[in-house]
Write a protein that binds this ligand. Sequence first.
Ligand code: ZN
Length: 405
Amino acid sequence: MENMIESGVLNIGTLGHIDHGKTTLVKAITHKWTDVHSESIKRNMTIKLGYADALIRKCDGCEEPEAYTTYDKCKNCDGEAKPVLRISLLDAPGHETLMATAIAVANMIHAILFVIAANEPCPMQQTKEHMMIMNVLGIRNVIIVQTKVDLVGREGAMKHYAQIKEFVKGTVAEKAPVVPVVSSQEANIDVLLEMITKLQVQKADPGADPFMYVARSFDINKPGIDASGINGGVIGGTIVRGRLRVGDEIEIRPGVNTSEDQKKEKYEPIITVIKGMNNGSEDITEAYPGGLIGILTEVDPAFTKADSMVGNVVGHVGKLPSMISIVSMKFTKLKRNDIPERAITENEPLILSIGTATVLGFVIKAKRDNVEVRLKHPVCADSGTKVAIMRNFAQRWKLSGYGVI
Ligand code: ZN
């Protein structure tokens, strides 16, 4: 953990019932609202993954107790607070897409803040379902944040705490600490920050072949710019393993559709060079797992405009998993009360979330727990990758299970 700040960023997923104060908590930690679009599955069915970064600092002067903050100065003694750990809080909109996203990007989440509001009985339905997702993912780095404790008083908060402890019995969060906070007043946020710095997180191997998910892409050129001054396309995303450096030759897969025929698709990987990188606050020359990284490439910006490269993966040339159009998975159904008992059938449409890619597909084969799906667009994924599977019930897409490729 000591080297986390040099070698990467701690990615923290946020889960919890929709009205339980996740956004206010994120604001209390990062002093900004999460960058999440309200529409979940829109144009190209891409899910907008929200990132909010913060730098946790510790006061040099305060020892008993230690003082943690995300401001420059210590609130206790006004002394200088020194950087300890960079974090990136990840969020996705809605309830269904949040759960699907958590499964799809599980390999880039290091820890979870699980938000439960004290002014409602625990567990609420969505709280139960989010806990189910954490159990599926086996994430053990969990901190339970008991929000809105100011609304219920001390006795109410204690009673609610007992409900939480009862609820987490037998789950991955059984031993998770419970931190009461009042986000709107930033009360007890310092204790939460301290707990985050004490999480035991396995460090990624910087020697591994780099692998990055693309979560954003854009054209940074102003309209009408003359050709000589044009910048290449920019892709943004999160490195899951390995390290990328300025000057690296990279491959972006599955790349772009180069078919001239409107009815057919032919995806070709893009090979390009990293011209520059940015971590959201400054230009950098190398990047490690965690956080949102922006990469300036030599790709034609027409390919990267308006998030059109979201869902791609990036790595060194020839070191990425192959492109797949037919995905064969072991399917596990999630226990949800509001989903009818109905087996997956041939030709059924499914929405699959794999990494940052969200793809429509049709079932070709469904035999017991083995499901084979033909995807509308190819994706790039290793075997063993977890895939979130949404099914359509009465005109609504519901997360109904997950697959393992
Ligand atoms: Zn201090």
